[in-house]
Design a protein around this ligand. Structure first.
Ligand SMILES: Cc1cc2nc3c(=O)[nH]c(=O)nc-3n(C[C@H](O)[C@H](O)[C@H](O)COP(=O)(O)OP(=O)(O)OC[C@H]3O[C@@H](n4cnc5c(N)ncnc54)[C@H](O)[C@@H]3O)c2cc1C
Length: 415
């Protein structure tokens, strides 16, 4: 049994702490805030057991030009931030070559497939079934040609990865989801996507399970991390905490901490926003509006509209352009109702240029471990990724582990 310190209590850190605990280790989980208040709080709530799309960058000139000219709602950017992220974005572009993408998609799909079973274990143990709807997500298109192309891509992923999408027309969608108006040309239903009615509460429920099982919680600033003898030390409200192993699970803040130890992590910071609406009718499944790059999910805090990616600095002030365009775009689809007044939330997806998370041992420091970079699907992948992390911790080897191993990748000084 080892003494473990997990830094960061988002979905990834909390899942990591639980996985260590399940395998008999003594764990302290530290965050500067309460659990699940950053990216893991405000996401679209999907636990996507059937995702094989690692969010590649389109490589065709037309789409890239449309991004550049700000014509699309899936990506907005601030040019200074893009220039700062340029080396990581260039690597991202190169990893999206079709021959490389196939391998990334395979690993991505495998991690997604494992995610629902890994969540189910925790949901049952923590008694959080009331926060989960197993009703799937619809990807919708208004243009028949785009709907057709989306259906073809979905059927290909069904064949390649053993997924089971269902292709339906707009009339069937309205029959299944009466809140959706006519006008949709076609939809792909992903039945193995589960929805959380309150993503932050799910993380907090998992954190409560960790504490009920005897795990220690500490409030503190991870940036005080230092080497101490053969182990690691960090300051907390209760004084310094020391452990043999430390896991960096700080989401988008992980590169900054690792920089201090000489690791240059080329992360892409993909900010996203949400807004809530007092919609007169809710949705059972979630709607991914491909034309307007927003996701609609009914939650305990009303209808949540979540946006695509804004490439901006972490400290940039909020910019509601993507929400505003999204609201306008979905107005033909669903009656959103009045917007709930609340401070503008945003969170940052920690996205790696090769689209896969960083899971395993830091190559040049004994007892320093990495678990971050889950990008668009960290809420989904937390518990399954934590199981893989523990496999790596125990020295196991597999194709997936070598693909996500920090030491073997450019990200932390590997090849
Ligand atoms: C709009 C939006 C929609 C999304 N939709 C989905 C979805 O539907 N499904 C899905 O699977 N994923 C989704 N994601 C992505 C998902 O939310 C993230 O991948 C995931 O939450 C990342 O989890 P994390 O634990 O790595 O990071 P975070 O949840 O950001 O946690 C990092 C933790 O580190 C702590 N921390 C940072 N610095 C310090 C410090 N110095 N000291 C102490 N603690 C510190 C923070 O307080 C925080 O608790 C979405 C993201 C966004 C923004």
């Amino acid at each position: 049994m080892a003494e473990i310190l997990v830094l960061g209590a988002g979905m990834i850190g909390v899942s990591t702490a639980l996985a260590f605990q399940e395998r008999g280790h003594s764990v302290t989980l530290l965050d500067r805030r309460d659990p699940g208040l950053e990216a893991s709080y405000g996401n679209a709530g999907h636990i996507s057991g059937d995702s094989s799309e690692p969010f590649p960058l389109p490589r065709d000139a037309g789409t890239l030009a449309a991004f550049g000219l700000g014509l699309r709602n899936d990506v907005t950017y601030d040019i200074r931030a893009v220039l700062r992220m340029a080396p990581a974005l260039w690597q991202y572009f190169r990893h999206c070559r079709p021959d490389r993408l196939e391998r990334q998609a395979r690993i991505y799909a495998e991690m997604s497939k494992r995610s629902t079973a890994a969540h189910q274990r925790l949901i049952e143990a923590a008694g959080l079934g009331n926060l989960i709807r197993k009703s799937g997500a619809y990807e919708i298109n208004r243009d028949p040609r785009k709907a057709e192309a989306n259906a073809v891509a979905a059927l290909k992923s069904a064949q390649d990865f053993g997924l089971r999408p269902d292709i339906i027309d707009g009339a069937e969608l309205t029959r299944r989801e009466p809140a959706i108006r006519a006008g949709v040309a076609g939809a792909v239903w992903w039945p193995d996507t589960w929805l959380s009615a309150d993503p932050g509460a799910l993380v907090q429920g998992y954190a409560a399970l960790f504490r009920n099982r005897g795990g220690r919680w500490a409030t503190g600033d991870a940036s005080t991390l230092r080497q101490q003898g053969a182990g690691w030390q960090v300051d907390s409200a209760e004084g310094p905490l020391t452990a043999e192993h430390v896991v960096v699970a700080l989401g988008a803040w992980s590169p900054k901490l690792l920089e201090r130890f000489g690791y240059h992590v080329p992360m892409i910071y993909k900010r996203g926003y949400h807004a809530h609406f007092d919609a007169p009718r809710g949705l059972d499944a979630s709607i991914i509006d491909c034309d307007n790059a927003v996701v609609l999910t009914s939650m305990t805090k009303r209808m949540r509209l979540a946006t695509g990616a804004a490439l901006v600095d972490m400290s940039a002030p909020p910019d509601t352009r993507q929400i505003d365009r999204g609201v306008k775009g979905v107005s033909d689809l669903v009656e959103l109702g009045p917007r709930v007044e609340e401070p503008q939330w945003f969170g940052t997806r920690p996205f790696m240029p090769d689209m896969l998370p960083v899971v395993g041992k830091a190559p040049r420091h004994k007892g320093l471990w990495c678990h971050f970079g889950h990008g668009h699907l960290g809420f989904t992948k937390g518990p399954a990724s934590a199981d893989l992390f523990l496999d790596a911790f125990e020295g196991q080897e597999s194709d997936i582990l070598s693909a996500i191993d920090p030491a073997r990748r450019y990200a932390l000084g590997g090849q």
